[in-house]
Write a protein that binds this ligand. Structure first.
Ligand code: ADP
Ligand code: MG
Length: 626
């Protein structure tokens, strides 16, 4: 037999790759196991495909599987597959030359990466040759599916390899690795099991270590929907999501154009981020042909979709793509766009199908979609359709979409109104909705602190401006082009026009810098006064948040210019006009108190000590009067 051993030179490029691989101190060398298993899986896949057309006869009965055996005493690792195998010629071309001929500058990039950071070379998927990171010597015994004679390939990763005939082989390939001294761990069962669980669980063939199947879950995302049971889906979700709950939503889709995509995405039941467990890491893994490319990928979905769990698999991605280059890879960016749009469309469809279920989802995960609106311009249009808010026209606890609002808008209404408050009750008892209630104009209630930022970022929906009801100069429908209606708004027993004007002027003098202006209101029905914002971009709720976050005073003063509107028909305001003449000091205290009350109703801070002292002065005065 030895007479038939042929010694051959590696192709020059292959030698360079081997040099880089062997001479790099390599910390991520686990991935050589992944590479060899993925090759075995490829070979099995090829055989499976071939069986569909060729009816192979030789060793046709052998089960399609990958067997891994290890010997911790002899320090060897053996990976056996029953795949397509290789003929002598194939052995020579496949394992003597570089298989990555497709990517021209692969070698330069690899060398560069190895120089910069040795850890980078693991991302390159150097394929079969990565075995030499851990191997003293590699032996490949293989026999092609066509039943031609088997052969053995051997090399120590130096300049040469040998090929010789090998008898008694079955169909497929066996790779025997004699481990380097510093790589003995790969001769241990638990190391191998760990690596397989991490990288190759979804290999669609049984992977057995010492005869025991270790990959529990298949690549179910590549199977057709009709073949997958609910239980299988859930089991898969629990596995990749590391979850114990059941998924709320599931999107399984395949596309051929514009990109080849198999995606299986889940929405969990729980939002652990809101449960104070810290920021979630992304939950979607990126695969290429069932081989894990990027676990917890930060690139395949936007950051604000980090609550989504699942798998995206695209055959269009090169398996040897580096994790670093995923970030600015045009293909990955396109993939991300397509999948994100598809997922948001899916949510919109689900919302239509079952509004109650969607509302539950919204309550748990809406915060992420809101984050999307405020941080990512790209998907704003899609996200806007998914937003939900309570509304004056809906039952308490029922949330509606902006589209529903627009559908119900009055004929002459061209804006979407909203108002923030700590609760529905607080809003409905506050001054801002009085005229909305009277005119039966629907208004959205934004009950979360972030909401006003979201709506202000959005600016408009369906061509309608989004306007906070605490903005100054708000003109509700029917007042815009109908002067008569406006007059009707001011009840007959309002203060006369000149007194209104002089009262406002005087109140402004007392309040000084606290307000920009004091004006008679056309909107108030019962309340004596309210605070409105002059800057259209700023709402009181936004100001409150910025204040809580310690925004500098100047910034707030810039954005938070406010007016106070007073109600000329309110008994208190009318009496104030008299009091101003009778008892100036008392009247001044009342003005300050009205302002503070209006601030509190706007959810803004007042100086409690001053307010309480003044309040006592007022009470004292009252007690005297009686
Ligand atoms: P790639 O998998 O990207 O093609 P590799 O360096 O991993 O590159 O493998 C080179 C080639 O060797 C493969 O394309 C395949 O033709 C062949 N090969 C490797 N492992 C096996 C195997 N277990 N069975 C059959 N062919 C294999
Ligand atoms: Mg490979």
């Amino acid at each position: 037999m030895t007479s038939k051993v042929e010694t051959k030179q590696f192709q020059a490029e292959t030698r360079k790759v081997l040099d880089i691989v062997i001479n790099s101190l390599y910390t991520e060398r686990d991935i050589f196991v992944r590479e060899l298993i993925s090759n075995a899986a490829d070979a099995l896949e090829k055989f499976r495909h071939l069986s569909l057309t060729e009816q192979p006869e030789f060793d046709a009965h052998m089960p399609l599987e990958i067997n891994i055996d290890c010997d911790d005493k002899k320090h060897t690792l053996t990976i056996t597959d029953t795949g397509i195998g290789m003929t002598a010629e194939e052995l020579e071309t496949n394992l003597g030359t570089i298989a990555h001929s497709g990517s021209g500058n692969f070698l330069e990039e690899l060398a560069e990466a190895a120089q910069k950071d040795v850890n980078l070379i693991g991302q390159f998927g150097v394929g079969f040759y990565s075995a030499f990171m851990a191997a003293e010597k590699v032996t490949v015994q293989t026999r092609s599916w066509d039943g031609s004679d088997g052969h053995e390939w051997q090399s120590d990763g130096g300049g040469t390899y040998t090929i010789s005939p090998c008898d008694g082989l079955h169909r497929g390939t066996k790779i025997i690795i004699e481990l380097k001294e510093d790589a003995h761990e790969y001769g241990q069962k638990f190391t191998l099991e760990r690596i397989i669980k991490q990288y190759s669980t979804f290999i669609p063939f049984p992977v057995k270590v010492e005869g025991k199947k270790v990959n529990t879950v298949e690549a179910i995302w590549t199977r057709s929907k009709s073949e997958i049971s609910e239980e299988e889906y859930t089991e898969f979700y629990k596995f990749i999501g590391n979850a114990i709950d059941e998924p709320t939503y599931r999107l399984h889709f395949a596309a051929d154009a514009p990109l080849a995509i198999n995606a299986l995405l889940f929405v969990p039941k729980e939002n652990f981020e809101s449960m104070g467990m810290g920021r979630m890491q992304p939950g979607v893994n990126l695969y290429c042909q069932k081989v894990l490319i990027d676990q917890h990928s930060e690139n395949i979905l936007p950051e604000w979709l980090r609550f989504v769990k699942g798998v995206v698999d695209s055959e269009d991605l090169p398996l040897n793509i580096s994790r670093q280059s995923l970030q600015d890879n045009a293909l990955v960016m396109k993939l991300r766009r397509v999948i994100t749009k598809r997922f948001l469309k899916f949510l919109a469809e689900e919302a239509k199908k079952d509004a109650d279920k969607y509302q539950e989802f919204w309550k748990t995960f809406g915060i992420f979609l809101k984050e999307g609106v405020t941080t990512d311009f790209e998907f704003q249009a899609e996200l806007a359709k998914l937003l939900r808010f309570e509304s004056s026209a809906a039952e308490p606890g029922v949330m509606i979409s902006l589209a529903e609002y627009v559908e119900r808008m009055k004929e002459d209404q061209d804006k979407i109104y909203y108002i923030n408050g700590p609760s529905r009750v607080a809003i409905e008892n506050g001054p801002y909705v009085e005229m909305f209630t009277k005119r039966e104009v629907e208004i959205l209630y934004t009950l979360e602190p972030i909401d006003d930022f979201v709506l202000s970022h959005l600016g408009e929906f369906d061509g309608k401006k989004l306007v906070s009801a605490d903005q100054a100069d708000l003109r509700l429908p029917e007042t815009t082009d109908n002067a008569d209606a406006e007059k009707e708004d001011q009840p007959k027993d309002s203060l006369p026009e000149e007194i209104q004007q002089s009262l406002c002027k005087w109140m402004k003098e007392i309040l000084g810098e606290k307000v920009k202006e004091v004006k008679p209101s056309t909107r108030l029905v019962d309340s004596p006064a309210m605070i409105v914002n002059v800057d259209g971009m700023m709402t009181s709720s936004m100001e409150r948040i910025m204040m809580a976050q310690g925004a500098p005073e100047e910034q707030l003063a810039m954005g938070g210019k406010k007016d106070m509107e007073i109600n000329p028909a309110s008994p208190l305001i009318k009496k104030l006009a008299d009091l101003r003449v009778k008892n100036q000091d008392f009247a001044k205290d009342v003005v300050q108190q009205i302002f503070d009350n209006a601030m509190i109703q706007a959810g803004l801070l007042v100086d409690p000590q001053q307010m309480v002292k003044r309040n006592y002065r007022i009470l004292e005065q009252m007690a005297e009067e009686k």
